[in-house]
Write a protein that binds this ligand. Structure first.
Ligand code: NAD
Length: 377
């Protein structure tokens, strides 16, 4: 069986497999790995490096036609899907809970598609969890981007010219990205506090040396597989009021509160932003899912009444070397459970197979994705 690696055609700088990953797959017994020429260039990986690891360099059309299993970072284009023969396998991150057009297209084409962004949050799945890998990157980068926009220092300094007081950083959402943002802001010497709705987050925040701000009465649904659940209107109203009090004292706010498959909760209202200190900064990592901040403009850096709001939607792509390394390792770990002796071998009793297989044999087979789709007429 041949594995194909497709390059990204849009703005994304990542590549889904590194040369090390190619070598690992060949060791697993696959008959070949076809890499689209230039696929790794924006991650600083040359075709030569892929060749040295045992890959064949091919055109995009060849990769689409000759591979049995194709790996991508983001969703494929309609043209890509049209060029892949039905019955073949596609692995990547396709946002199937919200991107219904893509799900329907993949089912219609008869592709077996695996979307690793919906993998169950179990211990065994940790090494395949692409959202965690990208969360680590964006949480780290958000603090650097925010610090770069600030008109003041992050750490405290006692200098002959006066004392610099440390920046106050507020983190909204202490998942993987938020926790990494806390750790990074602490390393830079800031005073950090964080909000979350999951009870488990409190201990993690405290262990990183930040203060946890608690809003009483959060719904913490432990049956949601490690993911947060939507909160009531009444809870969100109380939370917004408390966030407003803390925001007014903050120099930098990192927004990373998300609910898988839903619009991000609105936590920073326009009024709250307008009451923030001039020169303060908001980095809204939830921008692509609607934003935690009311004035965020996805994909843009704006200034609103003296507050800088960063709405970058794909920060992981700005660190393509490590993002590709982590993505590729996650993919190889996943492929180990769907390959046997170098061939596809799907065990439908495996929760990680069932939890990521979106379309198969012309059907949408993922229970949660199916439940979110509008009935087909
Ligand atoms: P996420 O990206 O889905 O959400 C980010 C954070 O936003 C979460 O912590 C969530 O609780 C929080 N949030 C949602 N609504 C909020 C609100 N109104 N106010 C404040 N915060 C709000 O989360 P994630 O980074 O994917 O991590 C979620 C949890 O899953 C973490 O405990 C993480 O350690 C765990 N996890 C487990 C595995 C595994 O076991 N395989 C893998 C990844 C993550």
């Amino acid at each position: 069986m041949k594995i194909g690696v497709l390059g990204e055609q849009g703005q994304d700088n990542r590549v889904p497999l590194t040369p090390k990953n190619v070598a690992a797959l060949l060791k697993l017994g696959v008959s070949g790995v076809l890499v689209e020429s230039g696929a790794g260039s924006r991650s600083f990986i040359s075709d030569e490096k892929y060749k040295e690891s045992g890959a064949e360099i091919a055109s995009r059309a060849q990769v689409l036609k000759e591979s049995d299993l194709i790996i991508k970072v983001t969703e494929p284009s309609k043209e890509d899907v049209a060029a892949i023969d039905s019955g073949k396998v596609l692995v990547g991150v396709f946002s199937p809970l919200t991107n219904h057009a893509m799900v329907n297209l993949l089912a219609k084409k008869g592709l077996s598609s695996f979307s690793l962004d919906v993998i169950p949050r179990t211990t065994r799945a940790q090494a395949m969890d692409i959202l965690s890998s990208m969360g680590t990157i964006i949480g780290y980068k958000a603090v650097l981007v925010g610090a770069n926009q600030l008109p003041s220092f992050m750490p405290m300094f006692m200098t002959a010219a006066g004392t610099v007081i440390p920046a106050k950083v507020l983190i909204l959402g202490a998942g993987v990205a938020g926790l990494q943002a806390i750790a990074t802001a602490k390393r830079l010497g800031a005073v950090v506090e964080a909000f979350d709705v999951r009870a488990a987050a409190k201990e993690e925040v405290l262990s990183l040396g930040a203060k946890f701000v608690e809003v009483e009465g959060a719904k913490d649904d432990t049956s949601a597989g490690g993911y947060a659940v939507e909160q009531s209107e009444e809870f969100l109203k109380r939370q917004k009021a408390l966030v407003a009090q803390h925001a007014a004292q903050s120099d930098l706010i990192i927004c990373s509160a998300l609910i898988l498959g839903k619009k991000a909760p609105l936590l920073l209202t326009r009024e709250t932003v307008e009451a923030m200190k001039p020169g303060s900064v908001v980095v809204d990592l939830a921008a692509a899912s609607g934003g935690n901040c009311e004035v965020t403009e996805p994909g843009k850096v704006i200034s609103h009444k003296g507050v800088t709001i960063v709405g970058e939607t794909n920060m992981a792509s700005s660190m393509p070397a490590d993002a590709s390394m982590m993505y590729g390792n996650n993919v190889v770990n996943f492929l180990k459970i769907i390959l046997k002796d170098g061939e596809i071998n799907l065990n439908m009793d495996d929760d990680l197979v069932v939890g990521t297989l979106i379309t198969h044999q012309n059907e949408v087979v993922h229970a949660r994705v199916k439940s979110t789709l509008a009935p087909q007429s």
